[in-house]
Design a binder for this molecule. Structure first.
Ligand code: 5GP
Length: 217
């Protein structure tokens, strides 16, 4: 996949505040596009199909896998979650920085497929805050919260695989920090060395090599 925008993955424990952070980032800066995932989990109260997720049955999800319509997918606490390919490719082509808010297995798959991907991990300031946020959200039953905390423990093992850590304590400061970090990443990707800036040289070298091989020189 050739593209102009940056592919960004954000992971973090359930309750780390990724959703709020992303929403604010998109509100404040228009260079970002948030990918909407497909999932088989039930919508939470207030969630709208096509806004938070594309909610689907397992059958629909498995069809999508078979069609090759997902960049990656994973199972999380008994449900499928996956990133639809079309939207992401289109936005990257248009030069947007596309954000995938996905869990760790998916993050690793994306990095493998697209090594330029920037992997960010959002950390809560403490486990206490994490727990408070999960309970305070009030949208999940106690056993689900427990399952998510267990999953957090597993995911904590993989944090070192990420490129950057963002500690989510103060929302506004965090959004600003995140944007500055991504801006710097753009710069450090050294746009000037991209092949598109060397088309003439590349063409010349190709042509010369061709004639050399043909024995014209
Ligand atoms: P939730 O049910 O809380 O909305 O999401 C559960 C977990 O699934 C979160 O860690 C979220 O980042 C992750 N997730 C959401 N969409 C995707 C996706 O498309 N692919 C993968 N691999 N994980 C996802």
């Amino acid at each position: 996949m050739k593209h102009k925008g940056l592919l960004i993955v954000i992971s973090g424990f359930s309750g780390a505040g990724k959703g709020t952070l992303m929403k604010k980032l998109i509100e404040n800066y228009d260079q970002y596009a948030l990918s909407i995932s497909m999932t088989t989990r039930m919508p939470r109260e207030g969630e709208v199909d096509g806004r938070e997720y594309f909610f689907s049955t397992r059958e629909q999800f498995e069809d999508k896998i078979k069609q090759g319509g997902l960049i990656e997918y994973a199972q999380y606490c008994g449900n499928y979650y996956g990133t639809p390919k079309d939207y992401v490719e289109k936005q990257l082509e248009e030069g947007k920085d596309v954000i995938l808010e996905i869990e760790i297995q998916g993050a690793m798959k994306v990095k493998e497929k697209f090594p330029d991907t920037v992997l960010l991990f959002v950390m809560p300031p403490s486990v206490e805050v994490l727990q408070q946020r999960l309970v305070g959200r009030g949208t999940e039953k106690e056993e689900i919260i427990l399952e998510r905390l267990q999953r957090a423990e597993e995911e904590a093992e993989g944090i070192e695989e990420y490129d950057y850590i963002i500690v989510n304590d103060d929302l506004e400061a965090c959004v600003k920090e995140l944007h500055e970090l991504l801006d710097k990443t753009h710069e450090s990707m050294q746009e000037q060395y991209h092949p598109k800036n060397y088309t003439e040289l590349i063409e010349n070298i190709r042509a010369e090599l061709k004639s050399l091989v043909k024995g014209e020189k």
